[in-house]
Ligand binder design. Sequence first.
Ligand code: EPZ
Length: 421
Amino acid sequence: MSDTLIIEGGQRLQGEIAISGAKNAALPILCTALLTSEPVTFHNVPRLQDIETLLALLTQMGVRLVERNSNSLTLCADAITNPVAPYEMVKTMRAAILVLGPLTARCRQARVSLPGGCAIGARPVDQHIKGLTAMGAAIEVDHGYIHVTTTGLRGTHLVTDMVTVTGTENLMMAAALAEGETIIENAAREPEVVDLAECLSAMGAQIQGAGTDIIRIQGVKRLHGAAHRIMPDRIETGTYLCAAAVTRGRIRLTHTRPDTLKTVLEKLQESGCQLHVETDAITLTAPERPTAVSLQTAPYPAFPTDMQAQFMALNTVASGTAIIRETIFENRFMHADELKRLGADIRTEGNTAIVSGVPALQGAAVRATDLRASASLVIGGLAAEGQTRIEQLHHLDRGYERLEEKLTILGARLHRIRAEG
Ligand code: EPZ
């Protein structure tokens, strides 16, 4: 059983909140602790279910949680006694695959459960396996586990078949301790990849080109401890901006990085929102009613797939019709059916959704299916007339720190019903 969120829609969002550290930067960056026997300290780590799951995974390997307070923590992998990521833990969080590269590089062996698919797609990890194999790892996949051994990784020239964010991150972490130079061509350019490279460099790694599609890594014998501050969450930022856009709101988001979500800001302006952008803050003033904006998702720096569901929610109440094309994942329109329960007019055909704006949504009971789908239902519920009940809230808890608290500060009327037991 999972909690339920009750939202009384129609409140204008106004006020100021701080953005938390980025989930999709923190997950790979916490795994860098596996690459050294010295303590590594991380700041601005968001308090999320996925982070707790990863910490549990790392500590059962033998990594020590040396200290932790609010959003800082120190990990020390001076003795990795169990280089295994068991199915029970991996099935709830696919990003656990990010231990594969570091364990292979540091322990020269690993047993990592194949991450199953998830609601949005098959999510294979063939590129992770192909890259490590090319670097000299012997890999077998059987009984649902990836078994890796190596006598030592060697640098090589890799070209990934498609742009893969965690694939790039896994291979970059493995290459940091490989012998010789590794080139990753067709690399992901996401800001979270750059943040990871900055953390690895602080630990003594030699990396050039992070943020471009060609990353060069000269392997070193060992990495040392360091301290790193996780970058702000660009998807959390975009999510709150969309919520303000559909409630005639005016909000200011601090501790964020506007330079990491340019395409999202452009689409919000296209929808009629006024933006005031500072170095680490964004103020959005929404129009009476947003204008429909069409979009197509693609790897960074193009429009992020993790903001697609939130913009579909915005378009449900916009004036006009929007065409949304999802090019990254094969099944990332599950929120459409739930938004239609709120009265949205959406037609999906393959990876294209046609959204015709309606004057208003009506509150209803809906069900979250995945993290960003649940965010789009929150946005729909905030815009809708009447009460919306969102079930299966564990999806939302994976990726948004203190969501109810932040929305309440902005004037939303909502509360959580905890599941029994
Ligand atoms: C990361 O997932 C993010 N997760 C996702 O965010 C995000 O949606 C995605 O990148 C795309 O930006 C984390 O960073 C923890 P990919 P990842 O490998 O790395 C295919 C969220 O909501 N592919 O870039 O798993 C894959 O199927 C989550 O926070 C292969 O075929 O995504 C997909 O179609 C959801 N083989 C495409 O590439 C591989 O070996 C991009 O996937 C790897 C990927």
